[in-house]
Design a protein around this ligand. Structure first.
Ligand SMILES: Nc1ncnc2c1ncn2[C@@H]1O[C@H](COP(=O)(O)OP(=O)(O)OP(=O)(O)O)[C@@H](O)[C@H]1O
Length: 619
């Protein structure tokens, strides 16, 4: 086998299988880096994973197509409309580790002999019309950790399955009869519910742990499930107390620092401060606020410095203030620290940035440069950043960011970055894409802010900072960000929108750092894709396919090798393909769902299996 043969096998499959959604599989693009849903091995020599959930495939899987992918390890055709028998020629896929055919309309018996798939760790054939009995040869799958045959029409007795690694089993909603064999009696009752099985009276041992990663936190399940020792409890108490103390200290500090920043720069009453004094005693008369063409603001440096100001936050490059001018104009002023370039270079960079005008790029209105002060002026976005919209007060009375808005944020930011990449003769990169730099415009599309800062500031590389979660692996000097590293950071932003999780989570008092990209990659590799999505999104029906597509786009942006990442214009096109944007006539089911009251997540979860949750949210 070779990559060329794999490519042909995939094209043959696509040509012979009707589907409702387009796939970007062109013979002229690179299979490994460009083809949606296709993953190759490290050296790009063979296709090892094919994940095509929700593409709208129908009819039987044509023989002698996918079965030619002899290096295939993961095959997912979940949530399609495939029919016919279990493909007999899958017998050739001997290195499969994961097979996911759930939520289709396959029928007929299961393959009598499972021994060809010795490496299988996960097998999901649930929600189909398979009938006949469960073959005892499943016992040959000694690596199997998860088996889901629920919601079929399987009958007969449950075979004695000696599977030492099996942690997840679901045989519910079939027509199985007889008794539950001893080897499987450790699984919870729900594993076997809705069958004709005779009750067993033995005391069931403790059920084995589920291998699924928790969807609410990226902390590995083993961490949370471990029994707490006394010393750990003591640690938590001591830790809790010190945390309380630190929070109190932080609160006092913030109160003090807020008071200090009542006016934009320095202390003193509004009246007796001259601008010269305010800007750290600089006497250079040439220093003035430089406005860009088209800016309608009517204030000068003096007004700005007189404005009452409130600290919005301290970022990598300085502190951002919300300044309310005397005519009640509100602007954001960023006071930069660590500017590593001279005046000329600073001005040149500001001119490049100031020329960029696009509805998805937050405009730089003005800047100021003196020896001791460097300021940048932007419009104020009252809704706050996407970071706060996504992560702030995740409590009871929180208004979740709905799917429509999340996709519009992603599309807006993608268009903004694509525009930046085309500006300045295609030489410009943003360098600091992250959710705290993304705001919403009037139509709720995302806009990217903070352009052009990394290149004029001294390199700041903190391994465990918030920014680190967005930084592409090849970026060691923050001044040398590239368009490809922007694509990576943008991929992380999409993952953040999909999962609702921060890109870096520091747990265990800073000892352990969970990187969102690595976590998502590991979950997707195990094919538990549904587990990565933000639980807040589960309430919106019919979006699963779009979420999966968006996930695939994000995954293509965060590949390790920069050259293999798509260009930003391509990313825009891919996201545009996920939804019908800019049109009032949304697909009917979606329109319905957005107008109606969403189903509370508990109600969906109450319907037992994960498969059912999926069914609820997909078409
Ligand atoms: N134009 C704006 N309107 C409203 N809030 C803003 C605006 N610009 C920045 N902020 C908010 O002010 C805070 C500080 O912003 P700042 O950009 O200084 O830091 P950051 O985004 O956390 O990090 P970095 O300096 O790396 O961009 C953030 O919470 C940011 O969302």
């Amino acid at each position: 086998g070779s990559l060329v043969e794999d490519e042909q096998a995939l094209l043959d499959f696509l040509a012979a299988t009707p589907h409702t959604r387009g796939l970007n599989w062109s013979p002229f693009t690179d299979v490994c880096s460009r083809w949606m849903g296709v993953t190759c091995n490290a050296d790009g020599a063979r296709v090892v994973a094919v994940r095509l959930p929700g593409i709208g495939f129908s009819g039987p899987i044509p023989s002698n197509t996918l079965s030619r992918l002899s290096a295939l390890q993961i095959l997912s055709l979940r949530s399609n409309n495939l029919t016919g028998p279990f493909p007999a020629d899958f017998i050739n896929l001997t290195v499969l580790t994961g097979l996911h055919l759930q939520l289709n309309n396959f029928s007929g018996p299961l393959p009598p002999d499972f021994s060809p798939w010795k490496n299988l760790t996960a097998l999901d054939l649930s929600f189909n019309g398979f009938n006949g009995s469960i073959p005892a040869t499943i016992s040959n799958l000694t690596q199997l950790t998860a088996l889901n045959l629920s919601n079929n029409s399987l009958s007969g007795q449950v075979p004695d399955l000696e599977l030492p690694n099996l942690h997840f089993l679901n045989l519910s909603n079939n027509h199985l009869n007889g008794t539950i064999p001893k080897s499987l009696q450790g699984f919870p009752n729900s594993t076997f519910s809705n069958n004709d099985l005779l009750p067993t009276y033995s005391l069931a041992p403790v059920s084995p742990p589920l291998p699924l990663p928790p969807s609410v936190s990226p902390v590995p399940s083993t961490v949370t499930m471990k029994k707490l020792s006394e010393s750990a409890i003591l640690g938590i108490i001591v830790g809790g107390c010190s945390l309380l103390f630190v929070m109190l200290a932080l609160f006092l500090y913030l109160c003090c620092s807020k008071r200090k920043d009542k006016n934009l720069v320095g202390k003193g009453s509004k009246r007796d401060r001259s601008p010269e004094k305010a800007v750290s005693g600089n006497q250079d008369a040439n220093n003035r606020l430089v406005f860009f063409a088209g800016c309608t603001f009517a204030f000068d440096l003096e007004d700005l410095l007189r404005a009452s100001a409130e600290v919005l936050g301290k970022g990598t490059f300085g502190t951002a203030y919300k300044a309310v001018l005397e005519d009640s104009t509100i602007v954001v002023v960023k006071r930069l620290k660590e500017v590593g370039v001279g005046k000329k270079e600073f001005e040149q960079q500001m001119e490049v940035v100031g020329r960029i005008k696009h509805e998805n790029v937050v405009e730089l209105r003005a800047y100021y440069y003196s020896k001791d002060e460097k300021l940048m002026v932007y419009d104020y976005f009252s809704q706050g950043s996407v970071s706060s919209l996504l992560h702030a007060n995740r409590g009871q009375d929180r208004i979740p960011l709905n799917w429509e808005t999340r996709t519009k944020i992603a599309l807006g930011v993608a268009r903004g970055i694509a525009h930046i990449h085309m500006s300045n003769n295609g030489k410009l990169a943003h360098g600091n894409i992250k959710s705290s730099n993304v705001f919403l415009n009037n139509q709720q599309y995302g806009c990217i802010s903070d352009l052009g800062l990394p290149s004029i500031t001294n390199p700041i590389v903190r391994p465990v900072s918030r920014a680190a979660g967005y930084r592409a692996p090849e970026v060691v000097d923050t001044r040398k960000a590239s368009q490809a590293s922007d694509v990576y950071s943008f991929g992380v932003l999409i993952l953040e929108l999909l999962t609702g999780k921060s890109p870096v989570q520091i747990i265990g008092g800073g000892d352990e750092v969970v990187h969102l990209v690595r976590w998502v990659q590991s979950v997707v590799r195990e094919e538990w894709t549904a587990e990565v999505f933000d639980v807040e999104l589960m309430r919106y029906p019919n979006i699963e396919e779009e979420m999966v597509e968006m996930l695939q786009i994000a995954m293509s942006c965060v590949v390790r090798i920069p050259e293999r990442r798509p260009k930003m214009v391509e990313v825009v096109r891919m996201i545009e393909g996920v939804r019908r944007f800019d049109s009032g006539n949304r697909p009917s089911s979606e329109a319905r769902s957005e107008g109606s009251t969403p189903t509370p997540i508990q109600d969906i979860e109450a319907q037992t299996t994960q498969g059912e949750i999926l069914k609820d949210v997909s078409c």
